[in-house]
Design a binder for this molecule. Structure first.
Ligand code: HEC
Ligand code: HEC
Ligand code: HEC
Ligand code: HEC
Ligand code: HEC
Length: 259
């Protein structure tokens, strides 16, 4: 039978298949990259809300504890967004005629809740729970950043799978003690002579700093004398055992977050 295609057509066809694959791979890589870009994830994008509520003022300035407003963060998967009544505890008196606060008064009068645009929003196929992170020593700051300096809320981290996994693979890098000892006194041989007093709330604090040589952290573990730590990994490993953090294989298995 006569040859219909010239022999060179073979290599041409091969080349165009290769070319096609190459283009597909490239487009795929670009899309994957785009999907992770801050432009798509809206990481770092400050959200101006109405009313223009500021964590910088209410947390940084006034020193309010997260739990004053996010009341269910310790015992539920959901942190909770405060009802208007919580705002009115203060704003019935403070700035009670300010135009900026008109939506708060309106909401209180009509009983219609304020509408806040969600800043963090995982897809529905991901399971997340605040309470377990809080009870096992992960600070709000580790995930939400320096909230006390945010006039408007933004996402500090992308909340993508790789970010979750980077901590689940090595939680000891981030774990905080639930309580620390302050005003501890040492003698000239660095022996602790006064165990100081216990301070709570590190998980919610925006000022806690992990231990380092410049910033030793004193911790009194159950049934033990106060110990001095100058290295996060050393403290983190001890806390991992204290909190009975499950092993890495368990908490990185797909069914932990996709159930
Ligand atoms: C006086 C009340 C109040 C206090 C105290 C407070 N918040 Fe909030 N928080 C709000 C309100 C109202 C919103 C919704 C408006 C917004 O997103 O800015 C919010 C939103 C947030 C969000 C984003 C929610 C979303 O949509 O994804 C995070 C994260 C958050 N707060 C963390 C904290 C942390 C951490 C602390 C403690 C350091 C804290 N907040 C203290 C009232 C408060
Ligand atoms: C513990 C008291 C207290 C609570 C609770 C409180 N506020 Fe405020 N708020 C203040 C004070 C005080 C100011 C004035 C801040 C300043 O000028 O530094 C203020 C200021 C504001 C402002 C003006 C912008 C700014 O941040 O300076 C808005 C808007 C506001 N609050 C909204 C809210 C909302 C919404 C809630 C409830 C989620 C709330 N506040 C809960 C005390 C409170
Ligand atoms: C391990 C990371 C992590 C820690 C620790 C953490 N959060 Fe969150 N937070 C998230 C994620 C992820 C979301 C989005 C959840 C979703 O979309 O279902 C979120 C959402 C929120 C929201 C919006 C309401 C909600 O529950 O979806 C608030 C408010 C909030 N966090 C406050 C806090 C406070 C206060 C703390 C500290 C007590 C804290 N978070 C600790 C990761 C964390
Ligand atoms: C900074 C560290 C850190 C980050 C970031 C983090 N986690 Fe965790 N997560 C932990 C620790 C610690 C535990 C406790 C493990 C255990 O149960 O002992 C945990 C446990 C969990 C559990 C088990 C809850 C249960 O009830 O079994 C889920 C689900 C989970 N994380 C989801 C997520 C998701 C989704 C993200 C990202 C959006 C995330 N985590 C980000 C540290 C982290
Ligand atoms: C610590 C929590 C966690 C674990 C463990 C986890 N994932 Fe995810 N996964 C997530 C989060 C969070 C997202 C959503 C990311 C986003 O919004 O882009 C996600 C998204 C996905 C997606 C959607 C595509 C994408 O990348 O956005 C797939 C597919 C997926 N995960 C598969 C898996 C498989 C397979 C495993 C086990 C090897 C696994 N995941 C383990 C948290 C987790």
């Amino acid at each position: 039978m006569a040859q219909i295609f010239h022999r060179s057509a073979n290599s041409l066809a091969r080349m165009s298949i290769l070319g096609g694959v190459f283009i597909l791979v490239t487009v795929g890589a670009v899309l994957a990259e785009l999907q992770r870009s801050p432009y798509v994830t809206r990481q770092h994008e400050a959200r101006v809300q109405n009313p223009p509520f500021s964590h910088k003022h209410h947390v940084g300035g006034m020193g309010l504890d997260c739990r004053y407003c996010h009341t269910s963060v310790e015992n539920s998967n959901f942190a909770g967004i405060p009802p208007t009544k919580t705002c009115m505890n203060c704003h019935a008196q403070i700035w009670s005629t300010q135009e900026m606060l008109a939506p708060v008064r309106e909401s209180y009068r009509t009983g219609k809740p304020l509408v806040w645009e969600r800043v963090h929003d995982l897809p529905d196929f991901v399971y997340f729970d605040h309470s377990i992170h809080v009870s096992k020593g992960v600070g709000c700051q580790s995930c939400h950043g320096q909230v006390n300096e945010m006039p408007f809320m933004y996402m500090e981290h992308s909340l993508q799978m790789e970010w979750c996994l980077s901590c689940h693979r090595q939680p000891e890098k981030y774990l905080r003690p639930q309580t620390v000892q302050v005003d501890v006194k040492e003698d000239e041989n660095h022996k602790i002579v006064d165990e100081g007093r216990t301070e709570e709330g590190n998980i919610f604090s925006m000022k806690y700093e992990p231990p380092s040589v410049q910033n030793p952290v004193y911790v009194k573990l159950a049934g033990q004398p106060t110990q001095k730590f100058t290295d996060q990994l050393e403290l983190g490993r001890i806390l991992r055992d204290q909190y009975h953090v499950r092993n890495v294989a368990d908490i990185t298995s797909c069914s932990t977050c996709h159930r």
